[in-house]
Design a protein around this ligand. Structure first.
Ligand SMILES: Cc1cc2nc3c(=O)[nH]c(=O)nc-3n(C[C@H](O)[C@H](O)[C@H](O)COP(=O)(O)O)c2cc1C
Length: 302
């Protein structure tokens, strides 16, 4: 049977399939069930110093089998998550806590998490941080100064120059998670041309299979412009989708929309699909397929 373990420094994942931050990891029961049903680690819903207030409905169907959402970050106070994180940590799988957004937010949250939980990784969301490098550096520096564990950066797909960003930010972070949802975006029903989401004009952020190509290219660009590991996220529904992200350079993969649709069993299911595919194709370990996708070189007969 194929070896699905992934080692990143001192961290060991039994398989490369994680939840991505979202409503699928908002409650303790969801996180524990994800572990029980085979997730390789747990990424939590993003929290910030102030709970989010977002319009409802905050999730609807979107174009091309995608979802639209306006859920921003957690509407629960971050303190209410501490006991949940501790219980997830006790299961022994790597715990990746997602936080945001300003340097002050991440410094305070990072310090508290370090003291009260001891996460394996802290991931910061850049969704509301801005597109230029300076604010990203300031957030990363503030977080780095407040935790001793690795720091991952969740990449916004609207980042103007992804290879340049990755190269510069690789001095500030220990890994990248690519990508967040895409947008702003709109969809509606022509029989009832009204907003599906609670935002005033119905706009939201697109995820699911509709964004796979965008995510895949971001993963390829990030993993080819620097050496830190990349978690591939965007539209993954099957083991073969996950293999594609790993071939583009990802070390791990994250799943949100498909978990919203099909529940917490999806992580373990995708892990076993990866294993089956590797067995069928004769690959022994993930190292054998990581980064296999390569551009055409001069002299190639393709
Ligand atoms: C309803 C919803 C809520 C989300 N909330 C967060 C969040 O709190 N923090 C974050 O970094 N990403 C959030 N995301 C983005 C996902 O983690 C993921 O990056 C994106 O949806 C693409 O992956 P997918 O196609 O598997 O859903 C959210 C996505 C959805 C659909």
């Amino acid at each position: 049977m194929a070896d699905l373990t992934v080692k990143l420094g001192k961290l060991k994942f039994i398989n490369p399939v994680l939840p991505a931050a979202g409503p699928n990891v908002m409650r303790l029961e969801q996180m524990l069930e994800a572990v029980e049903r085979g997730a390789g680690g747990i990424v939590t819903k993003t929290v910030s110093r102030e709970p989010a207030v977002y319009p409802k409905p905050c999730i609807s169907k979107g174009p091309c089998d995608g979802l639209l959402n306006c859920e921003t970050w957690s509407d629960r106070p971050w303190r209410s998550y501490i006991d949940d994180y501790v219980k997830v940590k006790e299961t022994g799988v790597p715990l990746i806590c997602s936080i945001g957004y300003s340097p002050e937010d991440v410094a305070e949250l990072g310090k508290a998490l370090e003291a009260e939980v001891g996460p394996d990784v802290v991931e910061f969301s850049t969704h509301y941080v801005g597109k230029t490098l300076d604010p990203l550096k300031r957030v990363a520096e503030a977080l780095r100064g407040s935790v001793s564990c690795p720091v991952w950066m969740k990449v916004s797909p609207s980042t103007p120059n992804i290879p340049e960003m990755a190269k510069v930010m690789s001095d500030y972070v220990d890994g990248f998670v690519a990508v967040n949802s895409v947008g702003p975006a709109l969809d509606f029903d022509i029989d009832k041309p009204k907003p599906r989401l609670g935002t005033e004009d119905g706009h939201g952020w697109l995820s699911g299979p509709a964004i796979t190509g965008v995510a895949l290219y971001a993963v390829y660009q990030i993993s080819h412009s620097q050496d830190k590991p990349v978690v591939g996220v965007g539209g993954i529904r099957t083991g073969e989708d996950a293999v594609k992200f790993i071939m583009a350079g990802a070390s791990l993969v994250g799943i949100c929309s498909e978990a919203i649709r099909r529940g917490t069993g999806i992580y373990g299911k995708i892990a076993s699909e990866i294993s089956d595919w590797m067995d069928r194709k004769g690959y022994g370990s993930l190292d054998d397929i990581r980064g296999l996708y390569a551009p055409v070189e001069a002299g190639d007969s393709r």
